[in-house]
Design a protein around this ligand. Structure first.
Ligand SMILES: [Cu+2]
Length: 145
């Protein structure tokens, strides 16, 4: 009598164990949740400063150079005040490090002109777009902080 109960108990226990083990084997790998795309932080998110004014002058003697050398300005809306006292036509163009033209003044002779460009922090150059002038030396560094 007791032996029969023990045997029955053991059989039931084994059966339950195998069912449990079987269920365990059927467990699938947990499915990872879809990756959430973080919004890309581009340069557009970088807060711009208050900008400033760049006073740029062409060489009065007519040499193919600016008298102002490397310049630094705060990021934001930047006003270019260009003075060309020479009898040669000149302008000021702003170029990004990637070679994109970002704007600039008119080509003027013995005159002055202003232009406004919006600049993010980075390394730029300013140059004269009159043919041959940039190659002749009318180019310098503009750092925007
Ligand atoms: Cu020029």
């Amino acid at each position: 009598m007791i032996h029969k109960l023990v045997v029955a108990f053991v059989v039931m226990a084994l059966a339950m164990f195998s069912v449990a083990a079987c269920g365990g084997d059927d467990d699938d790998e947990p499915i990872p949740p879809d990756p959430v795309e973080e919004p890309a932080e581009g340069p557009d998110d970088e807060p711009l400063g208050e900008g400033g004014t760049l006073e740029i002058e062409a060489d009065p003697g007519g040499a193919l150079e600016y008298t102002t050398g490397a310049l630094t300005v705060e990021s934001g809306e930047v006003t270019i005040e260009f003075d060309n006292p020479a009898s040669l036509p000149h302008d000021v163009r702003i170029e990004s490090g990637d070679g994109d033209d970002l704007g600039g003044t008119a080509v003027i002779t013995d005159d002055s002109d202003t232009a406004t460009v919006t600049l993010e922090p980075g390394e730029y150059s300013y140059y004269c777009s009159v043919a041959g002038h940039r190659e002749g030396g009318m180019e310098d560094i503009l750092t925007v902080e």
